[in-house]
Design a binder for this molecule. Structure first.
Ligand SMILES: Nc1ncnc2c1ncn2[C@@H]1O[C@H](COP(=O)(O)OP(=O)(O)OP(=O)(O)O)[C@@H](O)[C@H]1O
Ligand SMILES: [Mg+2]
Length: 247
């Protein structure tokens, strides 16, 4: 369980990026955090991952505080960054995916198995020896996801996972999100483009100008999205039943 209590965050230049956030995320929940550009989505998930320290308030992951128990939190959480370049560290695709499992102290056999599996599920097998800097935007995104999958953290944070991806790429990532959710992982996805994922989430949280405006099941909040600068999915605009991007 993730408990966010009275969370406020200021950046050093004085930007008040998050204001009084209170939110509890259950184990195994698939949560969509949506809000327009600059509303505070990335700030919130960087705080949850422990990459940023809150100005005030607290975040606990399975009871561990992200500030003074960051080591335990790092073992529970994996994050796929909004900008894939900022998380790619290896020279080649295989090397990059290997970093995470290597740091978990697994046996070489298990590391190899996990890396091969992650390469396969993200469709990167033929690119495994390619230098990372030569990859396309969509391939880099798949690599970033493969790196996190190989570590199999209990909680996975995805910051704008569909950016740079084409239609099959979106479906592929979505398929994995749905699968991870079914396997019991806790998933938190941020996006301003709710259309692609909303049919699969348990709950949406709307943030606007650093404040958590509402949180609840998609069916309840879908009509409230436009007032916070978020476009509802097409099916809702047309008054139709929910439609998955996997269909
Ligand atoms: N390092 C930083 N220093 C100062 N201000 C920052 C920093 N990072 C983000 N901000 C500001 O904090 C606010 C929230 O930014 P954040 O990146 O969390 O928004 P977001 O909802 O993820 O936006 P987007 O949809 O564009 O990714 C914005 O006003 C942004 O300008
Ligand atoms: Mg962002």
């Amino acid at each position: 369980m993730i408990q966010i209590l009275n969370l406020d965050h200021y950046y050093p230049d004085g930007t008040h990026a998050l204001k009084g956030i209170n939110l509890t995320i259950s184990d195994g929940e698939f949560l969509l955090i949506c809000g327009p550009n600059g509303s505070g989505k990335t700030t919130l998930i960087r705080l949850i991952s422990g990459l940023l320290k809150p100005f005030s308030g607290s975040i606990r992951v399975n009871g561990f505080n992200t500030v003074n128990e960051s080591k335990q939190v790092r073992g529970l959480i994996g994050m796929v960054f909004q900008d894939p370049d900022s998380q790619i560290v290896g020279e080649t695709v295989r090397e990059d995916i290997t970093f995470g499992p290597e740091n978990l102290g697994l046996s070489q056999k298990e590391i190899d198995e996990r890396v091969d599996w992650a390469l396969r599920v993200m469709g990167l097998e033929t690119l495994s020896e390619k230098p990372c800097y030569l990859l396309s935007g969509g391939e880099k995104r798949r690599l970033a996801i493969a790196g996190v999958l190989a570590m199999s953290p209990q909680v996975i944070l995805f910051d704008e996972p569909f950016s740079f991806l084409d239609y099959p790429g979106i479906q592929e990532v979505l398929k994995h999100l749905v699968h991870l959710h079914r396997e019991g992982h806790t998933l938190i996805v941020t996006t301003h483009d709710v259309e692609k994922v909303i049919a699969h989430v348990d709950r949406i949280a709307i943030i606007h100008d650093g404040e958590l405006k509402m949180a609840g099941p998609p069916e309840e909040l879908i009509t409230k999205l436009p007032q916070f600068g978020i476009r509802p999915p097409c099916y809702a605009l047309l008054g139709k039943e929910k439609v998955s991007w996997l269909e």
